[in-house]
Design a protein around this ligand. Structure first.
Ligand code: FAD
Length: 238
């Protein structure tokens, strides 16, 4: 019997060979065009330039078509480090992007300048009394689900374990529990932010509600149009 899912007309055969492709430089090895000023020393931040031993391991993103090698990876493991890198980037007027899980379809976490990588801000703790999970801005959905395994609670978010919580929440965060509990961003209780002015603030519905509202609004309006950088802890009802 013919399979209803097989359309012979759509078989395209093998792709024509593109011999020129071998000659082209791969995007992650092409030289970065941005000239950097002298690099600062920032506690909690590892800086990697093209050619450094671990540089290549940070270049990969989900959508390989958007992959570009930046002039610098600033790999931050504290919120203060993010703030300091951001201040340096701003003072030197450098193009930059913030990267959490690297799953942006459009490549918004790629930049030819500085990529501020926050995956090392990956802590996850759960407080049963307040039914709150506190996560570092660089945790992935999988990190959170693993930490909550066996605790008889569910985390309101999407299903892909490699997606980063920061990018996810700022895109709303749609998952299997959305009908009952809304989006991941609807469940955010508080957030620690690095503002466009480079200061670290913690905001919630009760504390600095305008800032908190704006952080949640980014989920609708996307980070790209709001220059505040979201980093640190995101608390979510489970
Ligand atoms: C395989 C796959 C499965 C997916 N499944 C779902 C799903 O089930 N439900 C759903 O709703 N969505 C889903 N998505 C979409 C996903 O939620 C978004 O693409 C999300 O933005 C990815 O976040 P990230 O941190 O992994 O990506 P990144 O590329 O790191 O970041 C995405 C954007 O957020 C910005 N950003 C990241 N961290 C910060 C920060 N701390 N401060 C400021 N800006 C920051 C980046 O600069 C970029 O603009 C999926 C995507 C993929 C590729």
């Amino acid at each position: 019997m013919e399979s209803p899912y097989h359309f012979p007309d759509m078989d395209r055969g093998s792709a024509p060979s593109d011999e020129a492709a071998d000659e082209r430089p791969s995007p992650d090895t092409s030289p970065a065009p941005i000239r950097l000023p002298p690099l600062p020393t920032i506690p909690g931040c590892i800086m990697l330039r093209p050619g450094d031993a671990d540089f290549a391991t940070y270049v990969g993103v989900y959508n390989a078509r958007t992959r570009i090698a930046p002039a610098l990876f600033a790999i931050c493991s504290t919120t203060n480090a993010v703030a300091a890198v951001f201040a340096w980037v701003k003072a030197n007027d450098l193009p930059f992007a913030v990267r959490c899980g690297g799953h942006s379809y459009e490549g918004f976490s790629c930049s030819p300048g500085v990529v501020i990588d926050i995956k090392n801000l990956g802590s996850v703790t759960f407080d049963r009394k307040s039914m709150t999970v506190t996560v570092g801005a660089g945790a992935s959905i999988g990190d959170i689900q693993k930490a909550l395994k066996g605790k008889d609670v569910a985390f309101v978010a999407g299903t892909c374990p490699d997606v980063g919580i920061s990018g996810h929440v700022m895109g709303g965060g749609y998952g299997l529990l959305a009908r009952a509990y809304g989006l991941a961003c609807d469940n955010m209780k508080a957030v620690t932010l690095v503002t466009a002015a480079g200061t670290v603030v913690s905001a919630s519905k009760d504390k600095i509600p305008t800032c908190f509202g704006r952080a949640v609004a980014v989920a609708v309006d996307r980070w790209a149009s709001q220059p505040d950088s979201c980093s640190g802890c995101i608390r979510s009802r489970t």
